[in-house]
Structures are given as C-alpha cells and as structure tokens.
Design a protein around this ligand. Sequence first.
Ligand code: IPM
Ligand code: MN
Length: 368
Amino acid sequence: MSKPELKFTVLPGDGIGPEVMTSALEVLHVLAARAGLTLNYSTHPVGGAAIDDCGVALPDSTRDACAAADAILFGSVGGPKWEHLPPAEQPERAALLPLRKHFQLFANIRPGLLYRELVDASPLKTERIPDGIDMVCIRELTGGIYFGQPKTTRTLEGGDVEAIDTMVYKRSEIERIAEVAAQTALARNGKVCSVDKANVLTTSVLWRKTVTEFFAQKYPQLKLSHMYVDNAAMQLARDPNQFDVLFTENMFGDILSDEMAIVCGSLGMLCSASLGTGRNTHGLPFGLYEPAGGTAPDIAGKGIANPCAQILSAALMLRYSFGLDSLAATIESAVREAVGDGYRTGDIAFGGQTVNTAQMTKAIIERL
Ligand code: IPM
Ligand code: MN
C-alpha cells in the first residue's frame, strides 16, 4: 500500500505569514515522516503578494490549486503597502471573503484557549481566570450582513447619499451551523450559548427560533442558552469561562471572536478553522486553516514572530480535514509543553527571556 497522502494548498500571504508558515511546514514534515504520511502541497500567492505578482488578491490559479486540494493552509494577508487601494480590492476583502464564499466555508471555529502558564498574557485579572481560558467560538461565515444583497451606495434626490447593507439568513443556513456548534459541544462539555439580537433584528428572531427547535429536536441532551450580543460582549470580559461553545452569526462572531482573542492574551497563540459544505477526497470537510493574528507588519521579516498560531492551525487541518486527531493532539501538546518550559516569543514573554521564530519552532519540534 502506498503511504497515505496529505494533499493541501499553502497560501503564505503577507507580512509574517511566510515566516510562520515555514515553521508550520517544518512541524508537519517531522510529524509526517514519523507517522509514515506523505505531504503533497504546493504554494501559491494570495493577498498583497498576489496583487504584486498577478494584479489581483486571489488569482484564478491560486483558487484552482485550492480546489484541487483537500485543505488550505493559510497564512495571513494585508499590510500598509496595499492600504491605499479601494476597500473592495484590498487583500483582506478581495482574497478572504471570495475564498470563503467560493468554497462555502460556512463554519468558522475559533478556539479561545489560554494556557494556565500564560494567564499573565490576558488583560483580565488573574483571579478571574486562575486556570486560564478554554472556550470555542463558532461563527457563521458565509451569510448575514457580509454577503446579503442589496449592498449598494446611491445618491438620493436632493443630493444626500445612502448606503445599504442587508442582513439575511435562511433557516437552512442557521441549521447547518447549529449542527457544527452541537458537534463541538458534544466533544466538549455539552454547553452551547447562542448569541443574537432577537430583541431588535428579524434575522435574530429566526435565528433564535431555529436554534431552539433544532436543539430540542436533535440534541436535547445539550445545554442550550441564549444571550443578546451586547450582553455577550460584556460577559466575555467579565467571566469568559462561563462559555463553553459560543455560537453566533457572521458579524457578531467577527466582533466577539476578536474580543475573545484579546481576553485570551496573545493573538500569536490563536488558530482557526473554516469548514465548508464540501467534502474532500477523504470524505471529510474541505477547510481553510489560518492563525487569528494577522500579518503584523511591524515585525515582519525580523524572524521574531510567534509561530504557534500557524502551527496550531496546521494541527486543526490534520484533525478536521484529514481525520488525524491524535497527530493534531501531538502538535497541540508539543506547543503547550514548549510554552510551559519557558520558550516564549516576544509577544508572550512579559519582559522575560525571548526566543525567535526558529528557536520556538525547534523547541516545539523537540517536544513532538
Ligand atoms: C476575520 C477578519 C475578516 C472578517 C476581514 C479581514 C474581512 O476580520 O477573519 O475575522 O471580517 O471576517
Ligand atoms: Mn475579524
């Protein structure tokens, strides 16, 4: 029998993206060699790098390469060099949003994990999070106000100008993301908090009704609660560990997951998975895996970025798109051990001794 193959597309992007991607690939190479797996990946431009090379943030060749693979390992896109472009042509919007829509990556899973060893990284007082934080945000990613039509600007009679975004949800879109939230909760502590604005928005009224019926019918064993988004923002800052699975629509999830990220300390530690409706050649979800942190242009090219989020994103890829849960867990424990043993890049060092990207990567590889 030939060796099982991991076929994925690598999109390093801009800023620190290529540097931390190198780290993630090194980790995957070591692990694959040990587990008898073949890595089959090709690297393609995306974001600002693609604008420079090909004139557009998401070239067709890049999209085709993604379509031919079982998963996408994504770095990050954007930076000051492209900020002068019209918003719709900027790397973030012109690369990420079309990728999400094209591959119907409707489920965004963002673990909010803060190790006990790193509680100092959180802006919250340590007594509020003595054991760190362990929650997950499930964000709907291809619906709502991000994509709803009409989305227009027009000049009114009399000269005033009006802009319109449209928030739309179908019951079927809510049910499929509710399924992901339920599965996530089943694998954790069985608690889901669904966040909406049902006191104001009609989409939220449908959201709450659909979620309530869906859980009552399919997952009565799970503990479902509901919270308004303004309250959820406050509760996240007050007591993040009251949440196990926080589950919400696209724009609320965008905002709340950033709040969760800062509450969890360094962006350099947080990974994410965006899973599609499509199944890959393994019969598992096609997905895009990316760190939460962005391109960090201020430290790009210096070799000092924290590679953990990219490495942990690769672990999520192994888990969700390749069904290699124990290999994913191996990476996750190695990262945790390296941090626990005191290896810290600048963002998580708090004035203590720091290591660079390559040293951090080596420390993780030694602990695999
Ligand atoms: C994110 C980002 C994107 C979003 C931007 C870059 C379009 O903020 O992934 O959270 O708003 O979804
Ligand atoms: Mn965001």
